[in-house]
Design a protein around this ligand. Sequence first.
Ligand code: NAD
Length: 566
Amino acid sequence: MGIVKKRRYQMESRDEPLEVIVRGTDVLNEPLLNKGTAFSLEERDALGLRGLVPPKVVELSGQVERVLENYRRKTDPLEKFIFLTSLHDRNETLYYKVLTENLMEMTPIVYTPVVGAACQQFGHIYRKNRGMYISMDDKGHIRDMFNNWNQEEIDIIVVSDGSRILGLGDLGANGMGIPIGKLALYVAGGGIFPSKTLPILLDTGTNNQELLDDPLYLGMNQQRAEDADYYELVDEFVQAVQDRWPKALIQWEDFTNNHAFPLLEKYRDKVLCFNDDIQGTGAVALSGLLGGMRMKKEKLSEQRIIFYGAGSAAVGIADTIVAGIMEESGMTAAESRKLFWLLDSLGLVVKDGPRALQAHKVPYARDEAHIPDLMGVIRAIKPTILVGVSGQGQAFTQEVVKEMHKHVKQPIIFALSNPTSKSECTAEQAYRWTKGQVIFASGSPFDPVRLKGKIYVPGQGNNMFIFPGVGLGAALCQASKVTDAMFYMAAKTLAEMVTEEELALGTVYPDLRKIRKISATIATAICRMAFDEGLAGIAEPEDIRKFVKTNMYTPEYPRYVAATES
Ligand code: NAD
């Protein structure tokens, strides 16, 4: 029979020393506790570590230096990912110190695009457990399984079923890289405590034959479950979360549309949850458009908006803009939707089109003749705003952009598809084809463009501007739900953080390097809204911003003392 070691440690106290009941190598093997060479001599004695680490006590800053030296020596992005993952699994404080201080350099590794390659290789590069896996075979056991997770307090759960990982499709259980990566950004960018995050992968099978044929694949070797079984599992999962961690926010991540929309509709008013692909994307795009409106000194309600692509990102963005128009102008939702024209792979989305409409497109279906191509729709509508969310690289041709520019002096063009190769046009093309008059933003980063002596800085509509702040705010005030109005508020708050200097350079988003300040400001706005609308689960603090800032995690080592078993 194995020996069960007692664990007691108080995770987040900053002022008092932390009491730790585990000792010796157990401390070194627990990434949330480990300080490696940074344990002081007193701590080494108190925790039974004398002799287990090299004699020299190294400050956190010295450890950071060593990590960066090793990290930067690696040239292969996947090797960099593996290196950072190993650090994450060894010493979380050091990992988050390095990540927070080098966020611009490391976000493309821990999240898109490199996390995509890591997910594809997940079974081949797997090293150590992190997060929880719930498979179809676990039906009936989920609540019990949650007792296996040794943290009593969880703020944010990011959950995926691996069915639509980034633009890579069905990656089954390999999708676990996404909840892990996203939560790392929550911690680094939003100041959520690492111990209060929980990545979860719902393994409902995979239809990816390559994975099913791969002997190193780590998920269930079966086709995806039928809908009835699938929804039963998700329901049991949601109920179990409510029971074990009733304050936790559930973030739905990378589900295929046929499940993403129904799940959001089913749970959005019942439990604290949101879908970043739908609502987070919506808010970040709306924020960019509000920045564009500031530049043009116009209103959203005066625009004609074409969406190229009619999937979850498109409908999420359109719904959030509708909420913005309603707020700004007092128009109804139906009136606001009349300003939108959506195109899918068959052309303009119309009521009486070439095939039956998926439910999420119905509210935007136009009562007019079908037009099969983008050029035709642009000629007919003369849009002021064109948003690309189709995953079709180079779809905004010179002809398309010039035709749009013919009818509007300063067109707004957002080419949001990722990765860069899928972007509907590049920043350089958009500026060149409109002689520098376009207001441009993209999903993937583009370098500044120099045109006739002027520098244009394209904005990147990165979801990271929004979700950490929304999650932080909702978790801190223990909101009962996340509303559309909260996402509108997040978008508005972000747009207001763009400086006049940034607008003058053509940028509709603030500098991402200010992410912690941005997240604190958005979280403050979310909390204030929750308190005003009676949705908060705690009493209103006197100073909400101070409350938010003092409850944000910063990666610094705590001081430990040994506890006596009691
Ligand atoms: P999705 O699969 O749900 O939707 C894609 C849509 O594009 C579908 O409606 C499809 O019919 C349409 N489409 C495909 N081919 C087309 C064609 N030739 N012409 C017109 N429409 C076509 O995917 P999604 O989640 O909506 O994501 C779409 C894109 O948006 C992805 O590339 C993704 O990277 C990007 N995205 C960007 C951000 C961001 O910038 N913050 C956030 C989320 C998604």
